[in-house]
Ligand binder design. Structure first.
Ligand code: ZN
Length: 348
């Protein structure tokens, strides 16, 4: 079995057991995509776990579907103190999970710790934040989160905050949907560079992407995105963006989300895995075998029924083999490339 490290999941909010869809993580669950038993069945030995703050109220009437595509109205900004409270709740839930897991789950803050967890048969969680909504312009919260183990940060989710503007979900559409980073956003890039926190450009609009590309001294990373040339949704990366990622020696984690995989952007789980493999092939041809990885988006989206959940991850490996990748290349995609870019970014 080929071991996998995954660049993105949204399982953290399910660790809050009081939620209706709350899970224990250590025991098998039958809904959602990810828990420890299913991870181990699929060869998943760790991943970036996103702390994502849901809006206080679920938006309604925000989707417009036309004959030629769809558009989702850009979500509203969050109240910062609300975002901070919710982020601290998720951080507590993750620490609580590590404490009760009796060594089966460890929060890792370096490549060495990820590899040590792998050697000990422990599942490695790397803390990621999907949107900097909980962080202040004085960066005190960023430093606190770093000391709590945060190693990866998406400046925005698909909504605005004081640092920048996310892309609204739309297809077909360019990701060039709004202004670039604010001056606080430019400071945040520098602060992340200084602390050696990885910056994630998934969900950032195109002008924001170019600001990060210009300012950051670290490789450019998109934890869960696909190729815009195949599926022209705002969440996917254009060829120019991919070329910048290659030039910076960064990584793209391929998103399993069917609406970002399928050329017709349909939210249809009946999506054959050769369509997913096509993104891997396209990206490898464009940016190189060292720069493509996996970013499942488990528990955050609809994935192909042929994967179903984390237990089906080896079906992705089989699809990559079937599409002509050799085992050495697949090991890079499945594990080594994330370690390579972590090493370059975290310097340790
Ligand atoms: Zn996302």
């Amino acid at each position: 079995m080929i071991e996998i490290f995954d660049g993105h999941n949204d399982t953290v909010h399910r660790l809050l057991e009081y939620r209706p869809d709350g899970i224990d993580f250590l025991t098998r669950s039958s809904d959602g995509h990810l828990d420890l038993p299913r991870a181990l069945d699929g060869g998943l030995i760790g991943g970036l776990f996103a702390m994502f703050v849901h809006p206080e109220q679920r938006p309604t009437d925000n989707l417009t579907v036309t004959k030629t595509g769809y558009q989702v109205r850009l979500a509203d900004a969050l109240d910062a103190s609300y975002a901070r409270r919710r982020t601290n709740g998720m951080l507590d839930a993750l620490k609580n999970l590590e404490a009760r897991a009796e060594g089966k789950v460890r929060i890792a803050t370096s490549v060495e710790e990820i590899k040590a967890a792998r050697g000990a048969g422990s599942f490695a969680i790397v803390l990621h934040m999907e949107g900097a909504d909980a962080i202040d312009t004085d960066m005190v919260e960023l430093e606190n989160l770093y000391h709590d183990g945060l190693r990866s940060l998406g400046l925005v989710w698909s909504r605005p905050n004081i640092f920048g503007h996310g892309v609204p979900f739309a297809w077909p559409s360019s990701p060039d949907t709004g202004p670039g980073l604010t001056s606080a956003g430019r400071d945040l890039v520098k602060a992340c560079n200084w602390l050696r926190i990885m910056i994630d450009v998934s969900h950032l609009n195109e002008k924001g992407f170019w600001d990060v590309a210009r300012l950051s001294d670290a490789p450019l990373v998109a934890t869960h995105s696909c190729a815009h040339a195949i599926c022209s949704s705002t969440r996917n990366l254009t060829d120019r963006q991919l070329d910048a990622i290659r030039a910076s020696d960064g990584v793209v984690g391929v998103n399993f989300s069917v609406k970002n995989v399928r050329p017709d952007a349909e939210d249809n789980a009946d999506t054959p895995l050769h369509m997913l493999a096509r993104h891997f092939r396209y990206l490898v041809d464009r940016i190189g075998i060292e720069r493509v990885a996996i970013g499942s988006d488990f528990d955050g989206t609809i994935v192909p029924a042929a994967i179903k959940d984390a237990s089906g991850l080896q079906n992705v490996i089989a699809a990559l083999l079937a599409s002509g990748f050799d085992e050495d290349s697949i090991r890079k995609i499945a594990f080594d490339n994330w370690m390579r870019v972590f090493q370059l970014t975290w310097r340790g």
